[in-house]
Design a protein. Structure first.
Length: 499
């Protein structure tokens, strides 16, 4: 059986703990790989390697860093298909979706290639006689990233390219469910010329995570995952004196007004709710239909959803793949099965779905729940699967109030032809990312990604300017040099001589 080991100091390092976790092909249900699970001692060894590498990398020139990043971008581009194949084999998403994930990660690598302009400081001259003040940004040291299973290449690339571009060294702890993409990203970085120890991959479970959160040699931690874990990461790492950005879960709403193009809204709802099998924190999982359009909108969504082709991710005909594990599939199905008892109309029931020839895969079909109540489990919880809830509201104001009452505030969207309503929505809605006739408003790489409320813990969003600020710290330098013509000026007690 294939074993995925750690990547530390520019080379593969075999696991020493003796503990391994299974990696399953979601399309077949078969365990295809085992992944080494690091002990606290192995995490400590990786931190020591990263700290040693930082002594040189942290002092390297911007020109040297960007040279590596440009080469890395070229290698990632040339290896798109290979990375996507690893994602499909271990996560299950269709190949085209996996390619899209790599493309979105590349956006941040490209941002990192232009880090020279982002790290420019500020200078104020002659604030007093021959006194200048400069503001500069410097790297933190060793930083860590803990990433989820749903985007095993994209989310790591949201973190480490900016971190290393800023002069830090990085330890990545990817999901143990689909670990191979992370190793491939590290191998390509080494091939691009990234010095040994600058980017390290340590695989593991809670033991490794807790070791990272407690380690005194790590200055900052980035995390993407569920809200309960994000809250734990933020609380624990902050208590240990670390800077933290912890992105949590979501319940993203799409408000559809009576004047909206219902065909466009239905297309958007289907792609945003069921794309990536609903396993993404920016999925639309709740549509709020305003006024009398609800029945027509639900019917249009149903018609489109029934046409989605579900199958293995490596089949070009497949539009949606399986879920990551059988346990997760069963959990998602439980929400659908319990929805009717809690007052919802089950328009489409995707539970019990199988694919011929792949009966042991982690399959589930598309589910559509109508007239969902806000106190039901299917609405309150982040299901993280292909289940779309439709709620009804009489007015725009009622719809906005419903959305703002959610404890989550990751992303939201409005579909309307009315510019005034759209403007009100983007100002009144309590969410970090807003789409106007755009169902999944994920910002481009040079704008930051992040939510509000229980969707984000910490002060910084991820990537963009926020990401650069997170991976650096500011320093202000005030200087005064005597004019050479003054000669010796006696004892200077540090007070300004004139203004």
């Amino acid at each position: 059986m294939k074993t995925v080991n750690h990547w530390i100091g520019g080379k593969t390092v075999e696991g020493a703990s003796g503990n391994y976790g299974p990696v399953t092909d979601p399309a077949t249900g078969e365990v295809t790989t085992q992944v080494a699970l690091a002990s606290a001692d192995e995490v400590d060894a990786a931190v020591r390697v990263a700290r040693e590498a930082y002594q040189t990398w942290g002092q390297s020139s911007l020109a040297a860093r960007t040279k590596v990043l440009f080469a890395y971008r070229a290698l990632l581009d040339a290896n798109r298909d290979a990375i996507a194949e690893l994602i499909t084999a271990e996560h299950g998403k269709v190949h085209s979706d996996a390619l899209g994930e790599v493309a979105r990660g590349l956006e941040i690598v490209e941002l990192a290639c232009g880090i020279t302009t982002q790290l420019k400081g500020e200078l104020s001259t002659s604030v007093s006689s021959r006194v200048d003040v400069a503001a500069i940004r410097q790297p933190l040291g060793v930083v860590a990233g803990i990433t989820p299973f749903n985007f095993p290449a994209m989310v790591p690339m949201w973190m480490f390219p900016l971190a290393v571009a800023c002069g830090n060294t990085f330890i990545l702890k990817p999901s143990e469910k689909d670990p191979s993409a992370a190793n491939k990203l590290a191998e390509l970085a080494s091939e691009a010329g990234l010095p040994d120890g600058v980017l390290n991959v340590v695989h593991g479970d809670k033991v490794a995570v807790d070791a990272l959160l407690a380690h005194p040699g790590i200055a900052a931690v980035s995390f993407v995952g569920s809200t309960p874990i994000a809250r734990h990461i933020h609380t624990t790492a902050s208590a240990n004196g670390k800077r933290v950005q912890a992105l949590g879960g979501a319940k993203n709403h799409m408000l559809v007004l009576p004047d909206a193009d219902l065909d466009a809204a239905a297309d958007a709802a289907v792609s945003a709710a069921y794309g990536s099998a609903g396993e993404r924190c920016m999925a639309i999982s709740a549509v709020v239909a305003v006024g009398a359009i609800g029945d027509a909108l639900v019917e249009k969504i149903r018609e489109r959803a029934e046409k989605i082709k579900i199958g293995p991710g490596n089949d070009p005909a497949s539009e949606m793949g399986p879920l990551i594990t059988a346990a997760h599939r069963d959990k998602v199905a439980s929400y659908v099965k319990g929805a009717a008892d809690q007052g919802a109309d089950v328009v489409l029931d995707g539970t019990g779905y199988t694919v011929d020839g792949f009966e042991k895969g982690h399959w589930i079909g598309l589910s559509l729940l109508d007239n969902v109540k806000t106190d039901s489990d299917a609405y309150r919880d982040e299901i993280f699967g292909p289940v779309l809830c439709v709620l009804r509201a009489e007015t725009y104001e009622e719809g906005v109030a419903l959305i703002n009452a959610s404890p989550f505030g990751n992303g939201t969207a409005i579909f309307t032809r009315d510019g005034g309503a759209a403007r009100r929505f983007q100002l009144e809605i309590e969410a970090g990312m807003v789409g106007v006739n755009v169902p999944i408003p994920v910002p481009v790489g040079y704008h930051s990604f992040g939510g509000w409320k229980d969707s984000l813990f910490g002060d910084h969003h991820i990537y963009g300017n926020d990401g650069i600020h997170f991976y650096t710290r500011g320093k202000v330098v005030t200087t005064r040099w005597p004019d050479p013509s003054e000669g010796h000026i006696g004892v200077d007690l540090g007070f300004p001589r004139n203004h």
